[in-house]
Design a protein. Structure first.
Length: 156
């Protein structure tokens, strides 16, 4: 039977401490949010540490359903925002606004639940827009790394 070396024990402790610190930070309030926002599970979008997508004025961040890893223009994850704009207005906002931030439209479907897919460098943005019960829209924005596709077959 193999015994643990001091180095492997130290590495295990460091990894465990890092994971626990990350878990403790998950429920921390978003910078710039108020205690009322925290109780409601929402926060103003200006509290977001991101800078590479448009956010509608007056939108509220759904903190319970959002996960952001990274910051500025290198983040990955999912943000969910609520807006008072109609689904059609919200669709037009992102369809017109994302290209001004350097994103290229890959595909777009406007329906009761609309979907927009954009690409920028090595990342893909998927935006889903759906109506809320009374009025307004819920927007889910997922940013992920772009999957490398197979090499194209070259004709001889």
């Amino acid at each position: 039977m193999r015994t643990a070396t001091p180095r492997s024990v130290l590495m295990l402790l460091l990894v465990t401490a890092s994971l626990l610190a990350g878990c403790a930070a998950i429920n921390q309030p978003v910078v710039g949010s108020t205690s009322a926002d925290q109780k409601a599970g929402t926060a103003p979008p200006n509290a977001l540490p991101i800078s590479d997508i448009p956010i509608p004025a007056g939108a509220r961040l759904d903190t319970e359903n959002s996960l952001i890893m990274g910051a500025q223009d290198r983040w990955l994850g999912r943000i969910v925002i609520k807006t008072d704009a109609s689904p059609t207005e919200t669709y037009n906002y992102f369809n017109n606004g994302m290209p001004t931030f350097g994103w290229t439209v890959v595909t777009a479907v406007q329906a009761r639940i609309s979907a927009l897919i954009f690409m920028r460098g090595d990342r893909v943005a998927s935006i889903q827009i759906e109506p809320t019960t009374l009025n307004g829209s819920t927007v889910s924005i997922t940013i992920s790394p772009r999957q490398a596709g197979p090499e194209p077959v070259r004709q001889k």
